[in-house]
Every structure is written in C-alpha cells, then in structure tokens.
Design a protein around this ligand. Structure first.
Ligand SMILES: [Zn+2]
Length: 323
C-alpha cells in the first residue's frame, strides 16, 4: 500500500504540522482518527514529517528507522499492542530528560491514548504542559471522549477527517484488486482505510449489502418494517455496517437525483428499482441513518434501534410523498 492510513498529505492536520515545523512545533499534539487499524501508521507518518529533514520523505535513513520503530529519538508507546499504563508514563517522563541522541528533537508517540487509564493521563499532565526542551509528544486516539479535559486542553488537536471513497480506493488499489468489491467496501466503510480494507476481505459484506439494498427497494409498509427488523436483527453484530451501507446508498441516490457523481455507481444499480424516494425523503433517510449510527455508539438497544430506524425511513418517505 502506497499510503498506509490514507491520503494524509492533503489534510489540514498535515498542513498544520508542516507549517509548525517551520514556525516552531507545539509541545504536544493529539491526532484524532477513527482508523483504529492504521492509527499507529498514521502517527508514524506524522513522526516522519516532524523528524525527517524533508518533511517525511519516506526513504531517508530517519524515515526508514522510524518505519521500523528503531529511531532512537522517536519512542513509541506502548511498545507492543497493550494499553499504556502509569509505569509506561513514568518511564516516558524519566526518559524525556535524556537529551536527543541523533537529532535536535525527541519525539514520544503515544498510540491509542483513548485507552489510557485516568491515572496514567494524570501522570502525564505536567509533561504535556511543560515538557523538557526539544521534546514533542504526539498522541493518537480514535476518539477524544476518554481523555481528561485537562489533557485535551494541553494538546493541539488535529482531526483526520473521513476520507472519500475515491481516496480510499486509491490508497488500497495495490492490495485490493477486485475493483467492484473495493468500490463497495470503500463506499460502505466509515471513511477510513482500515475499515474499508476489513470490509473488502469480509465474506459477509455482499450479503449485508443485498439485505440493505432489499430494504431500500422493497420496504413499503409497517408490516415490511417488522419483517426487515427481524432480518436485520439476525445480523445484530453487524448493525453498524448495515447503517453504513444504507448511508452510502442514500448518499449516492441523492447525488444522482441532484445530478452529482455517485461514489459507487455499481452499487447504485442494485437499488434502481426503489420507488417513492425524492430529495426530501432521501435527506431524511440519510439523517435518520446518521442518527442511528450515533445511537448505536451510545449502546442503544439493538431491537428498538432497528425498528426505529426502519420506521423512520418509511415515515420520511410517506411524509415527503404527501408534501
Ligand atoms: Zn525522510
């Protein structure tokens, strides 16, 4: 894969750090990316941007050493996949007083900061506020909710936005050769390369897609809602994927209605037979689906959520047909 973690170079987050490098780096950054699978790689690329003489060229000695996590002035935590504990933070603090060995800066890369226990976060506070000279702390998290407000206020937050399906397809083109399947996986993911790659390799993706497309095309009455609620609940553990697939379909249907380009034209063909959707009901369906994703992330009851979501789509359709 050419760019693990996706097209970072075009994000504002990248531009900010690149610019800070010229004007003076901040002492602590928090990179927020939903891509749990590639978070470590994303942080690695920021580490290279910060420490390589050519803004993270990817080929020089420093970049290659950082890739292998062997560069003396870039310390990755946790060293293996575990979560960061207070003793790791203690070691970081102690080590931060040792001068850089290779260059003029020392970088600590904290991967998966959302999993840090509050005690470990508290321990890190003082260093975040006033690290020793030439020390930069680069934290990465999949979300900021689990971070203490005191931690958040001491770091410069850089958000990696969801990537477009097209950007994800480009990032994965070398390793995921089935273009049609890749387009589907990229459109149905959550805007991250990691999720799209997992979906691409997921044998159930097509089955989930077919079920979702059938709902869009065939659900016309309250009785259908109950039927489809049952079918959806058989895939209870994949409710989030079903919502993401539905979002992708509604977004593309809407794009087509508005004369814009669909992200996945092939998938759109499968819902060609859908009737009764206009711009209003599609916008409504999209909003309700996004709301469903939110409710799911707050651990809503799945049975109630599935029924609520299906009814909401149907209701939107009826409402907009009348008006
Ligand atoms: Zn380099």
């Amino acid at each position: 894969m050419k760019e693990p973690g996706g097209p970072l170079g075009r994000t504002n987050a990248w531009k900010i750090v690149k610019n800070d490098k010229k004007t003076g780096l901040f002492h602590a950054y928090l990179v927020l990316s939903r891509d749990e699978k590639y978070l470590r790689d994303i942080l690695k690329r920021f580490a290279k941007l910060i420490l390589c003489g050519e803004d993270g060229c990817g080929t020089c000695r420093v970049c290659r050493l950082i890739d292998g996590e062997n560069y003396a002035d870039a310390v990755f935590l946790p060293a293996n996949g575990d979560k960061i504990l207070t003793e790791d933070v203690n070691a970081l603090i102690e080590d931060s007083y040792v001068k850089p060995l290779e260059g003029d800066k020392k970088l600590y890369v904290v991967v998966g900061a959302q999993n840090m226990p509050a005690a470990a976060q508290n321990k890190l506070l003082k260093t975040l506020e006033e690290p020793p000279k030439n020390v930069v702390i680069l934290m990465g998290a999949t979300n900021a909710y689990a971070l203490l407000p005191t931690v958040r206020s001491r770091v410069k937050t850089l958000e990696i936005p969801p990537f477009t399906a097209e950007e994800i397809e480009t990032a994965l083109a070398d390793t995921c050769r089935d273009r049609e399947k890749l387009a589907l996986a990229a459109a149905c993911g959550d805007g991250t390369v990691g999720r799209a790659e997992d979906l691409y390799r997921d044998a159930r993706l097509e089955k989930l897609f077919d079920l979702t497309a059938e709902i869009v095309v065939k659900m016309k009455s309250s009785r259908d809602v109950l039927k489809y609620a049952n079918l959806v609940l058989r895939e209870k553990d994949r409710l989030g994927d079903i919502f993401n697939i539905a979002s992708a379909l509604f977004r593309d249907m809407l794009a087509e209605k508005q004369g814009a380009k669909a992200a996945d034209a092939h998938a759109l063909k499968k819902v060609r037979a859908a009737t009764g959707f206009n711009v209003g009901s599609l916008v409504s369906a999209l909003e309700k689906t996004e709301e469903a994703v939110r409710r799911l992330s707050f651990n809503a009851n799945e049975t109630m959520l599935a029924e609520w979501w299906l009814f909401a789509i149907l209701e939107g359709k009826h409402k907009w047909q009348r008006s």
